[in-house]
Design a protein around this ligand. Structure first.
Ligand SMILES: *[C@@H]1O[C@H](CO)[C@@H](O)[C@H](O)[C@H]1NC(C)=O
Ligand SMILES: *[C@@H]1O[C@H](CO)[C@@H](O)[C@H](O)[C@H]1NC(C)=O
Ligand SMILES: *[C@@H]1O[C@H](CO)[C@@H](O)[C@H](O)[C@H]1NC(C)=O
Length: 405
C-alpha cells in the first residue's frame, strides 16, 4: 500500500506593496487578499496584496490600515513560525484531517468573498473582514495544534518547595477565569491537598483551601480534571475520583490487573505504578500488568464511572520508563528521571503503533518525579527535585493530502 502523506501548514505569504507585475491590480484597487487552499506542497497560503506605496504615502488612512494589517499578519506569522520546519510524514486520524480540510475550504471561501466584494475602498469593512479572517486563521491553527510532539522548551521554575517527590497541577477543563493550582507534596502517607486561587498565589504561598482526602494516595501521578481529583488510593490499584466542590468521593474503581505499590513503578520508584492523565481526547491511565509482562499498558477511561473504555498494550517496560504523558492520543515515554532524560518512545492509540523518538528536555534539577501534560496550556507540569517547573511543547499537525493514489 502506498500512502502519500504531506505536511500541511498555513503560511501567510505577505506581499506588502505588492508588486506582482503579472497580477492585474491597478494602483487604485487597494488591498486584495488572495488564497488558495493548498499549494503544490500542500501549504495553506494567503497572500495579501497591498496598494502601491505611492498611493499609501498620499493617504494616511491607508497607511494606518497598512500598519494594522502588517502588524496583524506579522503576529500571525510569528505564531506560525514554529510550524514551519516540519519535515516528517505520519499517518493521522482521518476525521481530524477532513475537518481541517473543511476549515481550509471555509477559509478559502471567505477569502474569495472578500476578494469579490471589495470593489470600493471601505476601510472599516475591510478591517472587520481582516479581523474575521484572523479568527478563521486562528481556528485553522487551532486544528493544527493537536498533533505530534516535536519539541519541549523551558523549563521555567515556578517555585521551589516541598520534598523531592510530589505533584502539582491545574485543571485543563477549568474556565479561563478559574486558574486554581493544586499541590500534593510527597508520594506516600499523605492525604492533604492544598489549593491556591491563582499561580501568583501559589508562588506567594497563599493557600485558599486545604482538603483532607478520605484515603491516602500513592505515587505522584494524580490529576485534576473538570473539578475533580483523580488519584491512586494507597496500597491498591483503585482509582478514586474526589470532588473538590462537595468534598466527597464520586467514584472509585479497581484497575483490573494493574500492578501497584512498587510492582511496576517508573524508574524512580515511589509507588508510581499507576499514572492518571488527560489530553485533548479525554482521560487515560498508564500502568503495567503481569499479563503484559510488566510492559506499559494504556487505557482510556470514562471520567465519570472510571470504567475502562479501551486498552492498548505496549512493549515498553514500565520499570524502564522515567515518566509518561499523553498528547492528542499518543503516549510519550521518557527513558529516565535523571540527567540526560529524553522523550524516547511514542505509542499512538490511533494506529496502535510505536516509534522510538529522541526529544530532549532540560532536566534542570536532575530528578523528575512527575511530568504531566496540560492540554489547555499546552504545557508540561513537572516536579523536579522539590522545584515546580513548567515546560512548553511544540506540536505539529500533519495532513494526508493524497488519499490512496
Ligand atoms: C464550514 O462552514 C460551514 C457553513 O458555514 C459550517 O457549518 C461548518 O461548521 C464549517 N466547518 C468548519 C470545520 O469550520
Ligand atoms: C465537566 O463537568 C460538567 C458539570 O460539572 C459537565 O457538564 C461536563 O460534561 C464535564 N465535562 C467533561 C469533559 O467531562
Ligand atoms: C510558554 O509560552 C508562553 C507563551 O508564548 C510564554 O508566555 C511562557 O513563558 C512559556 N513558558 C515556558 C515554560 O517556556
Amino acid at each position: 500500500m502506498r500512502v502519500l502523506l504531506s505536511v500541511l501548514y498555513p503560511v501567510l505569504s505577505l506581499t506588502i506593496f505588492g508588486l506582482y507585475p503579472s497580477m492585474t491590480i491597478g494602483p487604485k484597487e487597494g488591498w486584495q487578499v488572495y488564497s488558495s487552499a493548498q499549494d503544490a506542497d500542500g501549504r495553506c497560503i494567503c497572500t495579501v496584496v497591498a496598494p502601491e506605496q505611492s498611493l499609501c504615502s498620499r493617504d494616511a488612512k491607508s497607511r494606518q490600515l497598512r500598519q494594522l494589517l502588517e502588524k496583524e499578519l506579522n503576529d500571525k506569522m510569528d505564531e506560525l513560525k514554529p510550524l514551519i520546519p516540519v519535515l516528517e510524514q505520519y499517518k493521522m486520524d482521518a476525521a481530524v484531517i477532513s475537518l481541517f480540510k473543511e476549515e481550509i475550504k471555509n477559509l478559502s471561501a471567505v477569502l474569495t468573498s472578500i476578494q469579490e466584494e471589495l470593489g470600493a475602498f471601505d476601510y472599516d469593512e475591510l478591517y472587520q473582514r481582516v479581523r474575521r479572517l484572523d479568527n478563521r486563521l486562528r481556528s485553522c491553527m487551532g486544528k493544527l495544534t493537536c498533533g505530534k510532539l516535536m519539541k519541549i522548551t523551558g523549563p521555567v521554575t515556578i517555585k521551589t518547595s516541598g520534598t523531592r517527590f510530589g505533584a502539582w497541577m491545574t485543571d485543563p477543563l477549568a474556565s479561563t477565569r478559574n486558574n486554581r493550582v493544586w499541590y500534593m507534596d510527597s508520594y506516600t502517607n499523605s492525604k492533604i491537598v492544598r489549593e491556591y486561587k491563582t499561580m501568583d498565589d501559589f508562588v506567594a504561598g497563599v493557600v485558599s483551601r486545604t482538603y483532607s482526602l478520605p484515603f491516602k494516595w500513592e505515587g505522584t501521578n494524580h490529576m485534576v480534571y473538570n473539578g475533580s481529583l483523580y488519584y491512586n488510593k494507597y496500597q491498591s490499584n483503585i482509582i478514586v475520583k474526589y470532588s473538590f466542590e462537595t468534598g466527597s468521593v464520586l467514584a472509585q474503581r479497581a484497575l483490573e490487573f494493574a500492578g501497584f505499590h512498587n510492582m511496576y513503578p517508573y524508574t524512580w520508584g515511589g509507588f508510581s505504578d499507576i499514572d492518571v492523565m488527560a489530553d485533548e481526547l479525554g482521560m487515560w491511565v498508564v500502568y503495567a500488568t503481569n499479563q503484559n509482562a510488566g510492559n506499559v499498558v494504556v487505557s482510556q477511561i470514562d471520567p465519570d464511572t472510571l470504567h475502562v473504555l479501551k486498552t492498548w498494550n505496549t512493549e515498553y517496560s514500565k520499570r524502564n520508563a522515567g515518566e509518561s504523558f499523553m498528547i492528542c492520543g499518543t503516549l510519550y515515554i521518557t527513558n529516565s528521571h535523571l540527567s540526560g532524560a529524553k522523550v524516547y518512545y511514542a505509542y499512538s492509540t490511533k494506529t496502535s503503533t510505536y516509534e522510538y523518538i529522541d526529544i530532549p528536555f532540560h532536566n534542570q534539577y536532575f530528578h523528575i518525579s512527575m511530568l504531566d501534560y496540560n492540554a489547555k496550556e499546552r504545557a508540561l507540569y513537572a516536579w523536579n527535585n522539590g522545584h515546580q517547573v513548567i515546560f512548553n511543547v511544540t506540536l505539529f499537525h500533519v495532513i494526508k493530502t493524497d488519499d490512496d493514489s
